[in-house]
Design a protein around this ligand. Structure first.
Ligand code: ADP
Ligand code: MG
Length: 629
């Protein structure tokens, strides 16, 4: 791939956003073959109609048939060898059948229209893939690494965690990292879909592929190239495209039998009238027309384009949906459970009070140092802030939803949930079996949480439930401003699972949104599990069906709305496809449907259905989903 980005990293003067990589028509082989086929047809047509001798137009038709038919024909034969019937093959056979009875023009027209609609389909599929792939192309290939005061241009792949890179104005960020020095506005639309640039100062997180504004930034690399948010988006969406939604699997199962049925019916339509002395040409044409219009091409194309488009659009706006199965399921959810710490709250609690021995804080921090829990991070940070020396710890172990234990300076130290109700989160420090202090921590409600709760309530018709391992007082303090009244507190991981199972037994389809190791079992048990990406533990990210990359809670109802829209489009497509097939078949059987008209109707409906699904690729689709439409 030619890369103007490569130069822009080394010479900022040439910095320009990379061109959006959209597949052009002429790049696709399908398009070239279709064009050749059409050209040959258009040359043959006037000669044929003007009654020129066969040697003049014959070879042209031959080119037309070969260019348009060899690919689907070969693919169809290959499928046949694996004992499956490909609808493409039916088209080619129909065209050859028409030619066999001297209807070269009709057969040629069929081949041309078929090849053109195949090319359009290929283009549509490529555009979906491009819109995802395009994200990756936004990440530059070269970066400027700082070694002391020297600058060196290196491949992005060679960057290591801990390196410092210089990002000049107008350049794209080469890696996920933290700003060390400088201030700038960064356009993060590629990841968040947010069109307003975000201002960045030392300490702020930045992301590969986003566009630096007018300031120069020194950035510490925090993630390897393959681990960046944008690389993960691409990998997940590509994985998603390889899976098939249940509706699609069902359709493919019946497609086989249906296609065989079409062939049998065609043979009957051909032989039976002949036995009764019907005219060969008329009979054959009608049978061929039937075979074409009855083929389920449009039905096959009804399901995946809407779902894949929805996945690509959600991905561009910060929600990674891991498969088409999940995209189809999200819209069916009718009950939502939210975790508190890290999901409804920012997951960045602060220590507000030490009740008991101050020295317990250092011991607690020692034990918590190996924990991934947000509370652990807060305790360690508080101990550092107070300038305490944190001793070394060994024998670390943790119980999700409960707390941690470790051996510190020969003593058994446990930090665990404190019994009873407090207005804030409270954990108890127990040394050698004796409680010595209670640490009180407070977390902030996420921005936009009340709006997200309201949107989820509107979508499902039921207010979400808060599921938390924390105490009732702390839960209530966060739930009230978020607009939640249904609260279950003091839950262990298995209790969260039990709650989910209880609802599902009652027939609900439950969506669980969580972030922690303690949420992973519930995420797995739920109909659909969504993890908060930034604060989320690796286990939660892996277990969940979808990941909210930027931790914006409002994108959860949006992706549900998008899924519903995709499901509606699938139904709409199936109706369009079914109606067109039905109408054309009846027309052919009852009256006389000219072959070219049948072909146009069949291919037209197929293309219409294909393009209909791509509507969800547009940003307008996401804006509507965010508005809850
Ligand atoms: P939530 O369900 O709200 O995300 P968790 O299940 O992760 O909360 O935690 C529930 C409770 O267990 C916490 O409020 C805390 O009291 C205790 N706890 C969990 N992990 C730790 C830890 N690493 N250190 C101290 N206490 C912990
Ligand atoms: Mg949590």
């Amino acid at each position: 791939m030619a890369s103007p980005v490569l130069d822009s990293a080394a010479t900022p003067a040439a910095a320009a956003p990379p061109p959006a990589r959209r597949t052009r028509l002429s790049e696709l082989p399908e398009v070239r073959w279709a064009a050749l086929s059409a050209l040959a047809f258009l040359c043959a047509l006037p000669l044929d109609l003007a009654g020129a001798p066969a040697w003049a137009w014959g070879p042209l038709y031959a080119v037309c048939y070969t260019a348009g038919g060899w690919e689907p024909g070969l693919a169809g034969l290959r499928a046949l060898r694996e004992r499956s019937l490909d609808v493409d093959l039916l088209m080619v056979v129909a065209a050859l059948g028409a030619a066999a009875i001297g209807q070269y023009l009709d057969g040629g027209l069929l081949i041309v229209i078929f090849a053109c609609s195949g090319a359009l389909e290929a283009l549509a599929t490529r555009r979906t893939a491009d819109s995802v792939r395009g994200l990756l192309d936004l990440a530059p290939e070269k970066a400027v690494r700082l070694r002391g005061s020297t600058e060196e241009a290196v491949d992005v792949a060679a960057l290591r965690v801990g390196d410092t890179v210089l990002v000049r104005p107008g350049e794209r960020l080469p890696a996920d990292g933290t700003v060390l020095h400088g201030a700038s506005d960064v356009d993060q639309a590629t990841i968040t879909g947010e069109s307003l640039p975000a201002s960045k100062a030392p300490g702020d997180e930045v992301f590969a592929g986003t566009l630096n504004g007018t300031g120069a930034l020194r950035v510490r690399v925090d993630k390897d190239a393959g681990e960046s948010v944008i690389a993960r988006i691409v990998a997940l969406v590509e994985e998603a495209s390889a899976t098939k939604a249940p509706t699609q699997l069902f359709i493919e199962k019946i497609e086989q039998r249906y296609s065989v049925g079409v062939v049998v019916a065609t043979l009957a339509l051909f032989t039976v009238p002949l036995l009764f002395g019907a005219d060969l040409t008329t009979t054959l044409l009608r049978a061929m027309t039937f075979m074409i219009v009855a083929s389920p091409c449009a039905v096959v194309l009804a399901t995946m384009p809407p779902l894949l488009s929805a996945i690509a659009t959600a991905g561009r706006h910060g929600v990674l949906v891991k498969s088409a199965v999940v995209m189809e399921r999200l819209g069916a959810v009718d009950r939502v459970a939210l975790d508190k710490t890290g999901t409804l709250t920012e997951g960045a609690p602060r220590l507000v009070e030490v009740r008991g021995e101050e020295s317990a804080l250092a011991l607690a921090a020692a034990a918590e140092r190996s924990s991934e829990h947000p509370l652990a991070r807060a305790i360690v940070a508080a101990a550092r802030e107070r300038g305490l020396r944190i001793p070394a710890a060994s024998d670390f172990s943790s119980v999700p939803g409960e707390g941690v234990r470790a051996t510190v300076q020969g003593r058994d130290v446990r930090v665990r949930r404190a019994d009873g109700s407090h207005a804030d989160t409270a954990v108890e420090v127990v040394v050698d079996g004796a409680p010595v202090a209670v640490l009180v921590l407070a977390d902030r409600l996420r921005d936009g949480a009340p709006e997200a709760v309201a949107a989820l309530t509107r979508l499902t018709g039921t207010a979400p439930t808060l599921l938390t391992g924390d105490n009732a007082g702390a839960a209530a303090r966060i739930a009230a401003p978020a607009g939640l009244t249904d609260i279950r507190s003091g839950l262990l991981p298995q209790d969260k699972v039990a709650a989910v199972r209880e609802w599902e037994r009652a027939g609900a389809k439950v969506l669980v949104v969580g972030d922690g190791v303690n949420d992973a079992p519930a995420l797995a048990a739920a109909h659909t599990g969504v993890a908060m990406g930034r604060a989320g533990s690796d286990l939660a990210l892996e277990t969940a069906d979808a990941v909210v990359v930027r931790d914006e809670l409002s994108t959860v109802p949006a992706v549900m709305a998008l899924s519903r829209r995709a499901r509606r489009l699938v139904v709409q497509n199936l109706v369009i496809a079914g109606t067109c097939i039905g109408a054309l078949v009846v027309w052919d059987l009852a009256g006389h449907l000219p072959l070219p008209l049948g072909v146009a109707g069949h291919e037209g409906s197929t293309v219409l259905v294909g393009l209909n699904g791509l509507r969800l690729l547009r940003d307008a689709a996401w804006r509507k989903a965010m508005a809850g439409e």
